[in-house]
Design a protein. Sequence first.
Length: 473
Amino acid sequence: MDHQRVIRDVTVRLPMASTAVEACQWTVTALARYAPATISVLLQVHDRLRCVAATGSWQVFSTVPPRTGIVGRVYESGVTAVVPDVAADPDYLPVRPDVTAEVCVPVLDPAGRPIGVLDLQWCDPVELAPWRETAERLAARLGARIVALGGPPAESRSEKLLRHAAALTSAPTEWDVLSAAVTAARDVSTLPAAVLVLAGPAGPRLDPPTGGPGELEARIRAELAEAGPAALGRMVGRAHRYGAGYTLGEPGHPPVADHEPLVRAGVRTLIVVPVGPAGEGGALLVADERLLRPDPTTVNLVELLAGQAWSCLDRLRTLARLREQASSDPLTGLRHTGPFGQRIAAATPGRTALLAIDVDGFKTVNDTYGHQAGDRVLVGLARALEGALRQGDELYRIGGDEFVAVIEVNRPEEAVRIAERLTEAARRTGRTISVGVALPRPGESPELTLRRADQALYAVKRHGRDGVHLAAA
């Protein structure tokens, strides 16, 4: 093989390439006439290596995450990899089952920084050393031409959308979802300001600012906050009633009244898309103070983004409800045995008091008036007992008519006083309770402390109920 001829023939057309992608495609096509190999060029696009040219293969990896595979290793290190046996290299990404050897060289800019890789994979025996030298020389010429043409291709808007959709899906909290959605809206639309308006208990509300909003976004937030929930509701209602909308920024065409707060903020270009269902969701506003002309494709991408954001937000809220249901008593809303066990396991000897509570005569209520009446009694008592506790005290339902309060005190007498407040609160509902109080002893297990509180409770029962008893220290 005349490698000088290979280099000459492959690079002769590079000066005629008008784009970086075209330069890569010509390089791969010309090189494939001489090298019986699977050939590809991957360039850095945002945070991944993207395949911009390749010969035919059963599988071509469209994008490769950072530091993945031999190609990722070469790109990260800037050092050529010559692999005579791919089966012995744990980083090899299988493209076809019969590949035996690989040569991967970095594509460098004139300053020596990697901007991609040129990768060749063989299925038949081959002398790799000459191909290494040839590939490195071709990659250097290709890198220089790519830089002369403006560098690797920019990330497309659809690629941006996919990247942001992945960030939304992995967001662990509602705030993270909102932050990712606003960041994505700015990036995909190329407009500098984005604001989410979502339904709240007191009407539509602005999402919290994420990061440092720019000057226009800060003005938009200030005007919308000044306008109030009614004005936000009209904007959201318009988006859900008529669908996504955008302005072409043409002078002489006044905005509708619903958008006046945005005009006062300096907005001259606006995209508004609905988020989620009407009555539950909201609207995503993306804006610029320049006179621009958004196209329908941009609006469609923002709509897709809004839909993905709502799906992720709804999923997190559903999971939060399920977690709450799993850790709460469905009747009273109090936390139940699982969280209670975790809480008493962290009890501080001499400071954490357990108040075992039992409703006096509750079986009679169920037998006489039925279980629905008994449920109403339990709910009423739960609310009364919660109201009698201090901020930070915790109340759990651990059985049918059995409750436990976990409180932090300085002295046992303080725990007794709080228990007496609970009995008074119960009496105001027309019922009475018996309360046993115990404080953990040094080295005592939480289960034993609770057992002593139960024994104190039954001491109250034996002496006529409707009272408090403190277990011996």
